[in-house]
Ligand binder design. Structure first.
Ligand code: 2PG
Length: 212
């Protein structure tokens, strides 16, 4: 088995229009100008690493982030995958949770509570473990996944073997970097969590507010 270094980033800042009504839903918009700068800087930070692939979710904010990062990673294949999409990772029982978390969970439909955990379990099977084969010479396989806050929270929780409800409250910065190391020698280790050293202070957005 070959060690996998899984690089995870939440998409860069989204360009959000003014809310158009309580039932408008979340629009599938691309990046703001700040978001574009965040993505470019993350790409420059990753430029010296050798990646096997970049994967991104289908929504425009993730696709555009991946596209800008990939400009710094020529030769690296880029794949769109639903596994990196924005899904509720777990149908968490609100009983006993702090009221803010319980309230947060009420927004998800029955379908989202079934489909999200199923896709997320597939994502764990695909990304969260060492790989069967890799480059010669013992070099780890690096993959970058450009995704959304929920999947990063779930993979961090999974790496720590923390109770399932603890995905709540793990929030990611736009274009923040989390790196998880999976080897056959032991449990996953968190190499970096929500690292924004590549962003100047003015580009460090506050953490995703949804579950705080
Ligand atoms: O909607 C949100 O709060 C998160 C959930 O994953 O998505 P995003 O990272 O796209 O903001």
């Amino acid at each position: 088995m070959v060690t996998r270094l899984l690089y995870l980033t939440r998409h860069a800042e989204q360009d959000l229009p003014e809310p158009s009504g309580p039932d408008a839903g979340e629009p599938d918009t691309g990046l703001s100008e700040r978001g574009r700068q965040q993505a470019i800087l993350l790409g420059e930070r990753l430029r010296t690493r050798r990646f096997a692939a970049v994967h991104h979710g289908p929504l425009r904010r993730a696709a555009q982030t991946a596209e800008l990062i990939a400009k710094s990673l020529p030769e690296v294949p880029v794949y769109e995958t639903e596994l990196a999409g924005d899904h509720l990772p777990h149908d968490t029982d609100p009983a006993g949770l702090p009221p803010a978390y319980a309230e947060f969970l009420t927004q998800f439909s029955a379908a989202e509570r079934v489909d999200g955990p199923r896709v997320t379990a597939d994502a764990v099977r695909r990304f969260a473990g060492p790989v069967g084969e890799g480059p010669a010479g013992g070099e780890p396989v690096r993959e970058l996944v450009v995704t959304h806050s929920f999947l990063i929270a779930w993979l961090v929780r999974h790496a720590l073997d923390a109770p399932e409800r603890r995905w709540l409250g793990l929030n990611s910065h736009n274009a923040g970097l989390t790196v998880i190391r999976y080897s056959a020698a032991g449990p996953p280790s968190l190499v970096a969590v929500n690292d924004v050293a590549h962003l100047p202070p003015e580009l460090r957005a506050p953490a995703c507010p949804r579950t705080t």
